[in-house]
Ligand binder design. Sequence first.
Ligand code: IMP
Length: 200
Amino acid sequence: MPAPPLLIATTNPGKIREIQYVLAGVPRRLLTLADIAPIAEPEETGRTFAANAALKARTYAAASGLPTVAEDSGLAIDAIAGRPGVESARYPGDTYAEKFANLYRELAGHARPWTARFVCSLAFIDDQGTSAPAFVTEATVEGEITDEPRGAHGFGYDPIFFYPPYGCTLAEVTGDRKLAVAHRGKAFRAFRTWLRDVPF
Ligand code: IMP
């Protein structure tokens, strides 16, 4: 019997790379949005990562008819009340260099260390998107915002996210070292473990 499909509902290439890495070997045929007919991206109206993850899973499961896993993630900085938070992708700046400059402007005047965390909420829907997610989880990684961006690995805010146990930013380590400790790695490993026990 062929493995059942699993749609990974994101268009972010950095996320896709990380999710495919963690889910490699699960008894599912991994699909991304590039493999199926185009689906209009839903507006992320949720006020929490969990609400947006469920919203995306529901939208893409309903439109595709496929079992769908979605995630919502972002950077929460304590000194600025958890922002950019769910707005991380939409934080002002056309490039990440501009976003970093805008964040440094906001952080100027706030006492260091600028403690922060990445958050990843995951939701999996196994039917047409009509019922509540069959599996949800949320994971974080704690760190600090650096004085200046460092490193060329990863994506998004990784160059300004200092991870104390490694003594460097998450953009200064290889993808597997990031995933071993970071929010998305933890959330998708929990999902992988849960999937193993689901009959299909
Ligand atoms: P969304 O989940 O599509 O709303 O976008 C999440 C945004 O948060 C990304 O576009 C990045 O800006 C940021 N983000 C989430 N996870 C990471 C990460 O692992 N590294 C760096 N930035 C991240």
